[in-house]
Design a protein around this ligand. Structure first.
Ligand code: C2E
Ligand code: CA
Ligand code: CA
Length: 810
């Protein structure tokens, strides 16, 4: 640190003081030269006009000082020295001019430059000035003795004057020195306080969870510590939205990596000259601090500071970088959570495949339309549209073609209706259109035929031309009811009529309600199946511990071997059973089968848990818990080995009753988990009030999480959320080894899916559970052939996994 800089940190204040003294000096010089009367008997040896000379010299240095202030030039050492020499010279000139008058006390002016040196310069400078002035004064006395002999210069008078000069200037100088130190101390304490305050303010503002604010505050806070051109940069791969990336001339990726290395040990590095590898001004250093965010790769805080950089400033810079780290982390977490919640909110009301409103939003919109039509007297139509032959297309051409077709259908339908109308997807290949403001039934029928004609035109999907037909059933208010549920049911049965009579478009008629023959006969078959041994079977899909692939249990999944239609999947008949009281018997039946099977699970596997699915309607059943208790005790099962899976929509249908049932179940000791989590929770706050200890992340997020970063973020958020609420997490739909290992990285507890094992029948599962351990997951991607539990015994009973399940409708 320079001597000047160290002892006199605020030269500008002394500069200003000196300027004032000089102006006063100018004023006094005017008076002195104008009014001066020489001692009697002597004449002035020069014209009074010569008095303007020192005046001009004093004024000139003052004006130059002012200009420098205006131009913001620093009061550097050279300038200070110049002023000192200048002032001394002017005083010596004045003394020389008045050499003829020895009685004048002007010699006392010599004190001024010594004081100036003492207050602004080092001790050495003060001494130099003092001795230079002494010499100048002795020379002056010599001139006096030679030119004005009448003045009788004596050694006595010279030493006396120099002694006075010395004593006064040194005592005042030391006083001034002490005073300046004190002032400096207060000033530096004040500036430290300012810095702390700025830091506190920055920290508070940085917690605003907004990246732009973090960047701005970082810059402002570091300016307090004397840094300039501060930049907060992340490398180009970083995911902090809004944080400036590398690029451009100044900071490239190579330099960024070097700096990460340089800061790896202390988190901060000071670079000067060539070291910095960036253009730096002379006497400037580059300070780089690492901003480590937990969620992303690295960022750097880079700033320039004049040399040398005080420790305190470095510490401040480092502190700001650390604050920025946590602020960025928080901002990003918040951003993720917000996106997650938006997505959940959207998912709660929209179909994920087509983006159309779902049944919940449809209900809501239809209700509003009906209420409005009551005032206007117009008609509101509800059209139930079902694609014929869709299942065939799906089975023959595959799900991706099926999905693409559904998306095209959705967009055609949406194009034909007005923005204020609603087109919703309510099932696999079922759509509902609700239109308000029809003047009469003719216009309703017209629209229905237009929709049907639009779907009749061929579709081009993945290079295949597809012809499909649609059956449309219509009901409208007020004629067919003014309740959404009634209208939907009636449009549905009109659709069945259209389908069975192959009529295309059919309006509701009361007699059609008796129809839906498929439904009726299937329900009859199902009722009989509950009595017939072997038709309904519980299959089991293994669930493993993610960290060590140990078997943790299994989910029971229903299968129906229909006497004439063959193997039926739950999606084919459970929704239908859910519409009737039959679902209660069905649930009891599955539980009975699964608990019975559990008694054959190998001894020594009491840690294995069985999961059984519950339907929404089961939750409204006050006697469910009693029957579960009876079944548990009949099979002698430890309730802690059983859990039920419930979807959130089941809870939301009638929260009070559902939660009451859930509490009754947990009172028995069984566990509860939220199935298909992420596909419809409208209120996260709801979750923490439910007596559940596990969530099951829906397979639509898991299956694609390695290909869709958005899905992965969702999975991570759900895991964090569940763990935050003290719950365990199961990821379902794990179809390959990479996903399983990524889930381990994310801290997921349990996993289920075709990669681990598909659902298998009870014998295959028994054999597998008795086995030593789960086959090690394959390392390559598995798309078609799953890792089969149980090995050889299972060939004939393993299901072919679906390659895609999205949007096939359950
Ligand atoms: P869920 O509870 O979500 O069951 C998981 C479904 O995902 C099963 O289909 C299973 O075969 C399938 N799955 C398993 N691993 C993978 C995978 O890696 N990738 C893909 N794409 N899918 C996988 P499943 O057996 O057809 O069951 C469909 C739905 O039917 C179940 O969905 C459940 O909601 C319902 N269900 C099944 N059995 C019962 C039951 O006994 N009672 C009730 N109420 N519902 C049941
Ligand atoms: Ca389930
Ligand atoms: Ca599920």
């Amino acid at each position: 640190m320079g001597a000047l800089g160290a002892s006199r940190e605020d030269p500008s204040a002394i500069d200003a003081l000196m300027r004032k003294i000089r102006w006063v000096g100018c004023l006094m010089a005017v008076v002195q030269f104008a009014l001066y009367t020489p001692p009697s008997g002597h004449a002035m040896p020069f014209s009074r006009w010569w008095g303007a000379l020192p005046l001009v010299l004093l004024a000139a240095v003052n004006v130059a000082g002012l200009v420098r202030v205006r131009r913001r030039l620093p009061a550097d050492e050279g300038w200070v020295r110049f002023q000192l020499v200048w002032d001394s010279a002017v005083i010596v000139v004045v003394l020389l001019m008045f050499s003829f008058d020895d009685s004048s006390a002007l010699w006392a002016l010599l004190i001024l430059p010594v004081l100036e040196a003492a207050t602004r310069g080092s001790r050495r400078q003060t001494l130099t000035t003092f001795f230079a002035l002494c010499i100048a004064y002795v020379v002056r006395e010599g001139v006096v003795a030679a030119v004005y002999p009448y003045n009788n210069v004596t050694l006595d008078s010279v030493t006396y004057r120099l002694a006075v000069l010395g004593i006064v200037s040194f005592s005042v100088a030391s006083l001034a020195d002490r005073l300046t130190r004190q002032i400096m101390g207060t000033a530096s304490a004040r500036s430290e306080a300012d810095q702390l305050r700025a830091l506190a303010v920055a920290t508070r503002l940085m917690s605003s969870l907004d990246v732009a604010t973090v960047v701005r505050e970082v810059t402002q806070a570091t300016e307090q510590f004397g840094f300039s051109r501060v930049e907060l940069r992340s490398d180009s791969g970083v995911l902090v939205d809004g944080l400036p990336r590398n690029g451009g001339v100044m900071i490239n990726d190579r330099w960024f990596l070097q700096m990460l290395q340089a800061t790896s040990r202390d988190g901060i590095a000071v670079l000067a000259g060539d070291e910095a590898d960036l253009e730096l001004a002379d006497g400037e250093a580059l300070v780089v601090a690492r901003v480590s965010t937990r969620l992303t790769t690295e960022a750097l805080l880079v700033g320039r500071h004049g040399l040398p950089v005080p420790t305190q400033h470095l510490e401040g810079f480092h502190l700001v970088a650390e604050q920025a780290s946590s602020a960025l982390d928080n901002a990003q977490r918040y951003e993720e959570r917000r996106a997650f919640q938006n997505k959940l909110a959207h998912q709660a009301t929209h179909d994920s495949l087509t983006g159309l409103p779902n049944r919940a939003l449809l209900n809501d919109r239809a209700q509003t339309a009906i209420a409005r039509s009551r005032r206007t007297g117009s008609l509101v139509s509800v059209m139930f549209i079902d694609l014929d032959r869709f299942k065939e297309i799906n089975d023959v051409l595959g799900h991706s073609v099926g999905d693409a077709l559904l998306i095209s259908v959705a967009s055609r339908l949406s194009e034909l209706i007005r923005p204020e109308d609603t087109c919703a997807r309510v099932g696999g290949d079922e759509f509902v259109v609700v239109c308000a403001d029809h003047a009469n039934d003719v216009s309703v029928l017209e629209l229905a035929h237009r929709l049907r004609a639009a779907l009749h035109a061929p579709f081009q999907v993945e290079g295949i031309v597809l012809d499909i037909e649609a059956s449309i059933g219509i009901a409208w208010s007020p004629e067919h009811g003014d309740d959404v549920a009634d209208l939907l049911r009636r449009a549905d049965s009109a659709m069945y009529a259209a389908k069975s009579r192959k009529e295309g478009v059919v309006s509701y008629r009361a007699e059609d309600d008796q129809l839906a023959p498929m439904h009726l006969s299937m329900l009859g078959d199902l009722r009989r199946a509950l009595e017939a041994p072997g038709q309904l079977q519980a299959w089991f899909q293994p669930i493993v511990v993610v960290s060590d692939h140990r078997l943790a249990g299994a989910e029971a999944l229903l299968r129906w071997d229909h006497p004439t239609s063959g193997r039926m999947q739950p999606g084919d008949f459970i929704p239908m059973a859910e519409g009737t009281a039959l679902i209660h018997q069905l649930t009891d039946h599955v539980l009975d089968l699964a608990l019975e099977s559990m008694t054959h699970w190998p001894v020594g596997s009491p840690q294995l848990r069985l999961s059984v699915n519950l339907s929404p309607r089961n939750l409204l059943d006050a006697s469910l818990a009693t029957r579960v208790e009876a079944l548990l005790s009949r099979h002698g099962t430890d309730p802690r080995q059983v859990r039920f899976e419930i979807t959130e929509s089941a809870v939301l249908a009638d929260p009070t009753r559902a939660v009451a049932t859930m509490h009754r179940l947990t009172a028995l000791g069984v566990g509860l988990s939220i199935d298909d989590f992420g596909t419809g929770f409208s209120s996260m706050s709801h979750l923490k009030n439910l007596p559940v200890d596990q969530i099951k992340i829906d397979r639509s997020f898991v299956t694609d999480m390695l290909r869709s970063s958005q899905d992965r973020v969702m999975v991570r958020s759900m895991i964090d959320l569940a763990h935050g609420l003290g719950m365990h997490v199961v990821a379902e739909g794990v179809e390959d080894a990479d996903t399983l290992s990524d889930l381990e990285t994310l801290g997921c507890d349990l996993a289920q899916g075709y990669h681990i094992g598909p659902p298998v029948d009870r014998e295959a599962f028994h054999a597998f559970a008795a086995g030593p351990s789960l086959p090690a997951p394959r390392t390559e991607r598995v798309t078609a052939t799953p890792v089969v539990p149980g090995g050889a015994a299972t060939d004939s009973v393993v299901e072919r996994p679906l390659t895609s399940v999205t949007g096939t409708g359950e």
